[in-house]
Ligand binder design. Structure first.
Ligand SMILES: C[S@@+](CC[C@H](N)C(=O)[O-])C[C@H]1O[C@@H](n2cnc3c(N)ncnc32)[C@H](O)[C@@H]1O
Length: 204
């Protein structure tokens, strides 16, 4: 069973509701991405998990209805996969999807205030969410904090929506940019950009 702490809202501090998606749009959004992007989430899950050691931890930021968490958790039952989102409505949808997957979890949290311990996450991933974050610099600093030394960040967003300075913000957060290939092609690859980075093994 997925575990979820969103009824308590215990990680929802401050004003992180900037681009939170809730209400009637949640179900149509879930249906739409399920139809259009299911194969994309599967390919991302394949590429992303290739280098993760058994028993590793993955955090999906702005998980929405949880399609990517499901794809990763199904592909690698040995991993613990957690999806966070400030939207209780999105997390309800995700919890339905993740029922029966013991290694999949959700938590109500914003990218700027993550519920994970420092140096605890092997891979942080996010799809289509970064342009919703209220404070991208703070969010990237949080992602850098929770990554293990050597841990990886895979940030996907619509090329047309990515902030011009997001790559600089990744580096300002102490991460080192890397070239990764998510194996995406065609229609999706032209619209989604991957910004990948790694946390240095030791502080410079
Ligand atoms: C377009 S949806 C993408 C959902 C999912 N990742 C996907 O690929 O379908 C954007 C998500 O980002 C979430 N979001 C908005 N502000 C956020 C923040 N500050 N931190 C984390 N997620 C946020 C929204 O609630 C929404 O679920």
């Amino acid at each position: 069973m997925p575990t979820s702490s969103h009824p308590s809202r215990r990680h929802q501090h401050g004003d992180h509701r900037h681009g939170v998606i809730s209400g009637w749009i949640v179900r149509p959004y879930d249906l739409f991405v399920g139809l259009v992007l299911r194969g994309t989430y599967r390919r991302i899950a394949e590429s992303l998990t290739a280098g993760i050691a058994p028993g590793g931890r993955v955090l999906d930021i702005g998980t929405g209805p949880g399609h990517l968490v499901e794809a990763i958790a199904r592909r690698r039952p040995d991993l613990t996969v957690t999806g966070v989102d400030p939207s209780a409505d999105m997390l309800r949808q995700a919890d339905r999807r993740l029922t029966g997957l013991p290694n999949a979890h959700t938590l109500q949290a914003a990218a700027e205030d993550l519920p994970s311990a420092s140096d605890s996450i092997d891979v942080v991933v996010s799809t289509l969410s970064s342009h919703h974050w209220a404070d991208p610099a703070a969010a990237l600093a949080e992602q850098s904090r929770v990554l293990t030394p050597g841990g990886r960040l895979w940030l996907f967003d619509l090329t047309s929506h990515l902030a011009a300075d997001i790559a600089d913000q990744i580096e300002a957060a102490g991460l080192v940019r890397s070239d990764e290939d998510a194996g995406l092609s065609g229609f999706v690859a032209r619209r989604l950009r991957l910004l990948a980075a790694q946390k240095p093994l030791s502080a410079a």
